[in-house]
Ligand binder design. Structure first.
Ligand code: GDP
Ligand code: MG
Length: 306
């Protein structure tokens, strides 16, 4: 997994230039912030995908401070925004276990087509493999031949094994076989890829429920992790997409992918506020190492590194 602050910082460039850059522009060289500037900042924040309620909170905070001290510069404003965002993203009660406690540790990966599921699985497989774990992948997106091939490529990249069948096979059957294989081969981590689109949304959600039932039948407390992959480029739309998955299945963590290519990275704030599911990983590129465990302080520091 990536442990390169520069990489994260670079990945967040578009988001930084997006709303933070515009705010810097609105403030300009002013030493005093007037009402007009505050209103401009308000507009930029709302457009910056960080959500209405958070934007309002930041603006209230700015108005309050602005009343108290007239002399101001952009650093003060950024400090307020940074603290507010960190306050939301950081939750001291959330201590996640990234360790795989049981064997096989079963991770089910869900999400709409194209969000980055297969890529994330490849990165996770690589991470676990390099943590001395035996990893197996299950190609349960059987709806497209390309999907199986793509996972196959990632499995070679990560140096792990795969359970796959022909296109059109019942995904639940692949899942069944993969769990049997994982148990008999004493695998540490089994990661299951799923389809992101079937004929209808209802079918997709029913399919996921069925997969979950099959898993639980073989290993009652599994899946141990259900990761929902969201594409940061989708901005606010990622939230409504997530809500549909949350209604159908118990998501234990969010992976926010493609933070490197988007100006909409601020969406991590409403994701945290509105979904009630922790963001566990962030995707910051297409390479096998471009996945990070989400650490709020590190993330916010990178975002605000000008
Ligand atoms: P899936 O349909 O959900 O399995 O999505 P894929 O894993 O196939 O990814 C769709 C596209 O997004 C591919 O072109 C990936 O290379 C790209 N992608 C996935 N994750 C990231 C990321 O973190 N950063 C960037 N820049 N691209 C990504
Ligand atoms: Mg896929």
């Amino acid at each position: 997994m990536a442990d390169n602050f520069e990489k994260l910082k670079n990945g967040l460039t578009k988001t930084r230039k997006g709303f933070l850059g515009r705010i810097a522009g609105a403030i300009g060289k002013k030493r005093k912030i007037d009402e007009e500037t505050i209103e401009n900042i308000e507009q930029i924040l709302i457009e910056g995908d960080i959500g209405f309620s958070t934007s309002m909170k930041i603006i209230d905070c700015l108005r309050e401070k602005y009343k108290l001290s007239k002399e101001y510069d952009s650093n003060d404003v950024f400090k307020i925004i940074k603290e507010e965002i960190l306050g939301i993203l950081k939750d001291d009660n959330e201590l996640f276990e990234y360790e795989t406690i049981k064997k096989p540790w079963i991770i089910l990966v869900v999400g709409v087509n194209g969000t980055g599921k297969t890529t994330t699985i490849g990165k996770l497989a690589y991470y676990y493999k390099n943590s001395e774990k035996e990893v197996l992948l299950a190609a349960a997106d059987t709806y497209r031949a390309a999907a199986v091939e793509q996972l196959d490529i990632w499995c070679k990249r990560a140096g792990v094994d795969i359970v796959k069948t022909q296109q059109g096979t019942d995904p639940a059957a692949v899942v069944y076989d993969s769990i049997k294989a994982a148990v008999s081969r004493n695998i540490d981590v089994l990661i299951i890829d799923t389809a992101g689109r079937i004929h209808t949304k209802v079918n997709l959600m029913e399919e996921l429920k069925k997969i979950k039932r099959v898993i639980a039948k073989l290993i009652p407390d599994a899946p141990h992790e259900i990761l929902l992959v969201l594409d940061a480029n989708m901005g606010q739309n990622a939230i409504s997409q997530a809500k549909e998955f949350l209604r159908a299945t118990e998501v234990t963590g969010i992976v926010l992918a493609k933070l490197d290519g988007t100006a909409k990275g601020g969406v991590i704030v409403p994701i945290k506020l509105e979904l009630g599911v922790p963001v566990k990983y962030i995707g910051i590129g297409e390479k096998v190492t471009d996945l990070e465990i989400f650490e709020p302080k590190r993330f916010v520091d990178a975002l605000f590194s000008f």
